[in-house]
Structures are given as structure tokens and as C-alpha cells.
Design a protein around this ligand. Structure first.
Ligand code: C5P
Length: 318
């Protein structure tokens, strides 16, 4: 109940600041199921957090503040209400009844339009942090339920899960998945070209008659049984993304070539391609060759995060 939450919260606001680690995600598989009457698509995807992400420092502003404040280290990032962090704080006030404003300092590492859920992760972190700073008027399940609003993006709810989840609907219906049998220390290389892809444009370019036919429940079972050691790698958004950006297809072919990775797949709607394992010939040679042949924004080596509650990973600022 929003009104009761508001009263409880007003007494509990602790002040101080909270430093949050806001991780990126990759999609281990992504199947598109159908186009919906509301214009979105039902999908079925296995989402997984990786230990690469942004930092948010969140503070409650004094009671007389009249708006949220957002500062970002990157000049190109909008700090008005087109930023999902600002939308998340507004949604938190609406849902909880808590009429307080916040200041957020955002240090971005996750590139934009990358298919790694950066904006949604920041929104979920802000939602989580605002709740904590206000004495937790919402339970973890409330936070999951309250983020079921397209205004903060379809991926935000996932970032309130335990980091490994089977996501359906627009992506906002999350089913927790136990720790996958992935070997510790497995390298995940995130390769982000110097151009991004708009999620909306990639969905628009999709030919619904040319989707893969793999059964998502079977894919999920394969990942549960075998971790990443198999060859069932599918992302239905690759084809339309490659239609929008033929260079991305060339980049994927290059990455899937001589380097002997365990798997190479586009994440989400792109434009990041992730590669699992270590490249033959070593990381330095791999990075140099990739950057020589392609216009690359960044290559980051990271690992899958172990399954944990958001309380643990948000507050484990790296
Ligand atoms: O949810 P998000 O804001 O990231 O989505 C951006 C756009 O991508 C949506 O406006 C919609 O066109 C498309 N989309 C979709 N089906 C989804 C998620 C996104 O069609 N499940």
C-alpha cells in the first residue's frame, strides 16, 4: 500500500549515500516468439549478468528539493527524463508514495546501444538504491512488480533478479534459474564496435517468417545441463541486426573465425558481440587484430557473475 509505505518511509530515511555496482548483461539465447498487438514482441531469453558495469552514487536530497539531479562522467549521456535513471526515480515515487528526490552520480563503463542492458541496469540500481535509502518500504518482490512498466525499458526487471533468469513477455517476466554449471574464471570478451544499434530499429527489421525454430524450453534445459559447453547458440535478433548493419555480420564472422572461442554471439539487439573462452594466440594479439580490421569502441574481458541477490551485487561496488 503506497500510503502506508510513505508514512513508514518518512520516519526511516537514513540520509547518507549509497554506492552501487550496476552490471551489464548478455543473453545466452534469445528467441522471438511473436509480435504483439501493442507493438512489442514476446520473447524467451536466458539473461546473465557479467562483472562489467557502471557505478552509481545515490543520495537522498533534503526535503525541500523539487527535482532529481543526475550527473554523468560521459558528456553524451542525457541527464534529463529521457535517462532511465530519472524515469526510475519518478516511478519509485509513484509506486511507493515516498515524495523525496535524489541525486545520482553515474560513472558509465557500459556503452550505449550495445545490447548489454546498461540503461535498464542503471534504472534498476536507482530503484533498488532509492528503496534502500528510504528504509525499504518495498519488498524485493514489490521492486520486481513495480518495474513492470515499459517506461523504464523491458530489461529493468531482470536486474532485480539474482542475475541468471529466464525472461519472457517483453522481457519483464522473470523466472529465476539456478547457478549454471559454468566453469569459474571462464573469459567473456565483450566486443563493442564504434557504432550502436537502436533496439526499435532492429525489431522493425525483423522478418517474422525467418525466425529460428529452436524450442526455448529445450534451450534453457541445455544451458542448465551443460552450462556453455554445447553448440546451441541462437539469437533471433542477429539476422535483423545484420540487415541494419552488414559490418556487424563481418565482425561476427571474424570473431567466430580462427580464434577458437567456445561461442560467439550477439548480445540482445546488439551491437555488442560476446566471445566465450580465450582466443588462440592470446588476448593481446586478438585485440590488436580486431582493432586493426574493425572500427572498435572497446574490447573488455570479464566473467559471468555468480548467482547472488541484488543486495549483494549492487552494494559490491567494484
Ligand atoms: O523495452 P525497450 O524500451 O528497450 O524497447 C525499445 C523498443 O524495442 C520498443 O519500443 C519496441 O519497438 C522494441 N521491443 C520489442 N519487443 C520487446 C522489447 C523491445 O518490439 N520485447
Amino acid at each position: 500500500n503506497a500510503k502506508e509505505g510513505s508514512t513508514a518511509c518518512a520516519a526511516d530515511i537514513s540520509g547518507g549515500s549509497l554506492e552501487l555496482f550496476s552490471p551489464a548483461k548478455v543473453n545466452l539465447f534469445l528467441r522471438i516468439i511473436r509480435r504483439r498487438p501493442d507493438g512489442y514482441h514476446d520473447l524467451a531469453s536466458l539473461f546473465h549478468t557479467v562483472a562489467f558495469g557502471d557505478k552509481l552514487v545515490l543520495e537522498v536530497l533534503p526535503e525541500d528539493a523539487e527535482q532529481d539531479q543526475l550527473e554523468c562522467n560521459l558528456p553524451g549521456v542525457p541527464t534529463d527524463d529521457s535517462n532511465l535513471v530519472i524515469r526510475a526515480l519518478k516511478l519509485f515515487r509513484e509506486k511507493s508514495g515516498v515524495q523525496r528526490y535524489f541525486s545520482v552520480k553515474l560513472e558509465k563503463e557500459i556503452p550505449a546501444q550495445a545490447g548489454m542492458g546498461g540503461g535498464s541496469s542503471n534504472a534498476a540500481a536507482a530503484f533498488f538504491g532509492a528503496n534502500k535509502l528510504c528504509g525499504s518500504p518495498a519488498t524485493p518482490q514489490d521492486l520486481i512488480d513495480w518495474t513492470d512498466d515499459p517506461v523504464i525499458g523491458s530489461d529493468a526487471t531482470f536486474f532485480l533478479s539474482e542475475g541468471t533468469a529466464y525472461c519472457t513477455g517483453r522481457g519483464e517476466i522473470i523466472t529465476p534459474v539456478e547457478q549454471l554449471p559454468i566453469k569459474d574464471g571462464l573469459s567473456v570478451y565483450l566486443v563493442k564496435p564504434n557504432w550502436g544499434l537502436s533496439t526499435g530499429k532492429v525489431f522493425q527489421a525483423m522478418d517474422l517468417s525467418a525466425l529460428s525454430t529452436a524450442d526455448p524450453e529445450e534451450l534453457l534445459q541445455t544451458f542448465k545441463d551443460k552450462g556453455t559447453s554445447h553448440s546451441s547458440w541462437v539469437n533471433d535478433l542477429e539476422k535483423p541486426a545484420f540487415k541494419v548493419s552488414p559490418e556487424l555480420c563481418e565482425l561476427k564472422d571474424f570473431l567466430a573465425g580462427e580464434w577458437d572461442f567456445e561461442a560467439v554471439l550477439m548480445s540482445g539487439s546488439g551491437s555488442t558481440i560476446f566471445c566465450l573462452g580465450d582466443p588462440k594466440g592470446g588476448a593481446e594479439a586478438f585485440e590488436a587484430a580486431t582493432k586493426k580490421d574493425f572500427d572498435i569502441e572497446g574490447i573488455w574481458r570479464t566473467e559471468f557473475m555468480r548467482r547472488a541477490s541484488p543486495t549483494e551485487w549492487y552494494t559490491k561496488a567494484s
